[in-house]
Design a protein around this ligand. Sequence first.
Ligand code: ZN
Length: 121
Amino acid sequence: MSGIFKKITTGVTQTGSKVKNIVEVNRFRVRIVQKKRDVEKEYMEIGKLVFESYQNNNATVTIEGSILDYCQKISEMQGEVNLLEAKINDAKRLKECSCGEVVSKKTKFCPICGYKFKDAV
Ligand SMILES: [Zn+2]
């Protein structure tokens, strides 16, 4: 029995400080959706540049620099999306007790109030 509780406590100290609760997960999700929308806009800007270049019979050389700027911007945004997704995965491994304590998903009993989680695996 004491072994189980030791394991639970370790889980809490390792992951508890990273993400608070479900609300935070939803906030990350919203930010990902917004970021992906921004990425789509950048894609469209590139398309516009390419088409305008075609229309004006310009050599691609003149737009290469601008396209590179957009590509770098998109790469940065995708990096941010990956970071947010990693945070969500961290958060998903946690759950919150009614007493406010954040514990690992695998936790069966709250180490603070002793509540028995119904979804305990
Ligand atoms: Zn509790």
